[in-house]
Ligand binder design. Sequence first.
Ligand code: GLU
Length: 302
Amino acid sequence: MPSVSPAAGRFAPSPSGDLHIGNLRTAVLAWLFAHASGRDFVIRMEDLDRVAPGSDRRQLTDLAALGLTWNEPIVYQSARLAEYRRIVDELIAADRTFECYCTRREILDAPSAPHSPQGAYPGTCRDLTRAERVERRASRPAAIRLRADVSTFTVHDTLHGEYTGDVDDFVLVRGDGTPAYNLAVVIDDATTGIDQVVRGDDLLSSAPRQSYLATLLHHQPPEYAHVPMVLNDKHVRLAKRDGAVTLEDLAEHGIDAAGALSMIAESLGLASPGEPVTMQTLAARFDPAALPREPWIFIPPK
Ligand code: GLU
């Protein structure tokens, strides 16, 4: 299936609350990577769960306040359920899946299969007979897992080079019928013309699973850039509870959107302290090879 739109990069927030400075910095980077390579830029709301009503609009307002631009329409995952179902049905028909009745606890307690990576699905439900499936279905709704035929996969990342990571029989559809993140992300990127994925490096270990699934769906995996995270003073991933970390909070401390962009730019080595910048200035200065490879430690104003 060919891509339907021109090549594009994307930012894919979960609309579960306001974006903090770490999310905003990743969005700025995603925009810069897309623009530097002549790609379009799209925003996708990953709203399959944990939605805070109205936060999608607030996130878009904050991104626009920094000067980000994007192609309309915004993609909402919740509007794409039929597409996910259609592709899952194709995978089922191709015998690429199996039903799984395990609880999280059962998976943790099961002895792992020989040679399989730590934490990988132990294969409990992979080869059940038809009669066993009928019996278990009666007691618990089934999740649908991918029948993976590799245990590792290699992706290319602009910042990390060749990265090989584990692939197991990961969940495609949860027991409650919700498409899993790994499924939706791959289908969305593949079918909306996304060929560049820039996101936090906490997701680097998911990229092999996602790329492998993309190849099973006959799509070229995207080019990746997993960028360093923003951490708090304890060197833990920045969170809302760390203090003044959203644009709204920062404004209360006298730092407006332009000031926040200037801080982000400085953290990326693209501006001197306090220097006013625009996205266009940053685009002119942007060089992926010169990006800092270390996390940014952000100390919120008090
Ligand atoms: N929605 C995910 C998040 O907010 C990002 C997913 C992705 O970029 O692939 O962490």
